[in-house]
Write a protein that binds this ligand. Structure first.
Ligand code: NAP
Length: 320
């Protein structure tokens, strides 16, 4: 039985709990968040212990911690949890910037514990099916990835709009695109970016394009335009469209150069976080300290890409 503790009881933590119920061999021990009220509501819904402090949670007999606070505090709670001897699954982006991510990875290494950034798309059944399918019927050398997400109906009090909580389009959405770029095109060589700011000092809409070992990427992320939410991956023998919303993938179309078309339709269950949680639990059972899917180097590459894009558009957070 893998016993879980949750730090931060907001929207995504609820979705995590929806998924956890579907992962065999797991148990929810309890949660802590900044406001007692939030913790109480969470515990009423899922049972377990409502801890009064993060220390109390970390001193408890739990194996793994899910960090679901906001990017300004991810590194802090990850480090506290690792020091307390817990394996850590941390929401995306795993840290504010590369420097803070390195501090987390260093502690994970010192403590010989598992640390993984919660980058969900590769664990979805559609994504896995797509990868399996491409092994027998490939699209050749992939050289271009284009993807976007702009969600214009987010409530104005959402933390995405908070400068103090390290919000903004690049941090909130760009990280998924960074994943797609690194996953299909390899390490980043160059980043170009342009961004438009709102009154709240965070980027409301950013476009960035990247050069990688294997090709080019073009991406948009935003909060004030209604985007399409699909992804295009082009290879020498064909292309793949992962239909909206590609970050919660359920449908894809492969168009081959010879005219063949392959449609993949694989729905997901339980909100979709169950797959990454199951993967994480398997890694614990196998005694691994790093995921072979979302490696530490991949997390470094992703956050470094955001650092570069933010640097270019001029978005620096407090203390940077
Ligand atoms: N994987 C995905 O599909 C996905 C989707 C959405 C978001 N996310 C990521 O998940 C994270 C959380 O997003 P969300 O939408 O769940 O935000 P949210 O609804 O605002 O929830 C954040 C929770 O963390 C708590 N919190 C914030 N800062 C804290 C701090 N310094 N110390 C202790 N508790 C703190 C908040 O407590 P209070 O209740 O006291 O405010 C709240 O309960 C973000 O990093 C976001 O990028 C991932």
């Amino acid at each position: 039985m893998i016993r879980w503790g949750v730090i931060g009881c907001g929207r995504i933590a609820h979705r995590f709990m929806q998924g956890l119920k579907e992962v065999p061999g797991t148990e929810f021990t309890g949660a802590w968040s900044r406001r007692q009220e939030t913790v109480d509501t969470f515990i009423e819904q899922y049972g377990g212990i409502g801890f009064e402090s993060v220390e109390e949670l970390l001193n408890n007999d739990i194996d793994a911690v899910y960090v679901a606070t906001l990017p300004d505090s991810h590194h802090l709670y990850c480090i506290l949890a690792l020091i307390a001897g817990k394996h850590v699954l941390c929401e995306k982006p795993a840290a504010l910037n590369l420097l803070t991510l390195e501090s987390v990875l260093e502690v994970a290494k010192e403590k010989n514990l598992l640390f993984m950034e919660g980058m969900k798309p590769p664990f979805f059944p559609l994504y896995k099916k797509l990868k399996e399918y491409l092994e027998t019927d490939p699209i050749g050398e992939v050289g271009y990835v284009r993807a976007g997400s702009s969600v214009a109906d987010i409530s104005p009090d959402h933390p995405n709009f908070s400068y103090d909580l390290a919000g903004g389009a690049v941090m909130g959405i760009g990280i998924y695109e960074a994943y797609l770029a690194v996953e299909w095109l390899g390490n980043t060589k160059q980043v170009q970016a342009m961004g438009r700011f709102g009154e709240n000092k965070i980027d409301m809409f950013t476009i960035f394009q990247t050069e990688h070992e294997k090709g080019y990427g073009q991406f948009y992320c935003g909060f004030d335009l209604h985007g399409k939410g699909d992804a295009l991956i082009c290879g020498t023998l064909g292309n793949i469209t992962i239909h909206k919303n590609w970050w919660n993938p359920a449908k894809a179309t492969i168009n081959y150069l010879d005219g063949r078309v392959m449609e993949l339709d694989v729905p997901f269950t339980a909100g979709g976080l169950n797959y990454e949680t199951a993967h994480f639990c398997e890694l614990i059972k196998a005694g691994l300290t790093e995921s072979p899917v979302i490696t530490h180097e991949m997390s470094r590459q992703m956050i470094a890409m955001l650092d570069s894009a933010r640097g270019i558009i001029g978005l620096k957070f407090k203390g940077e």
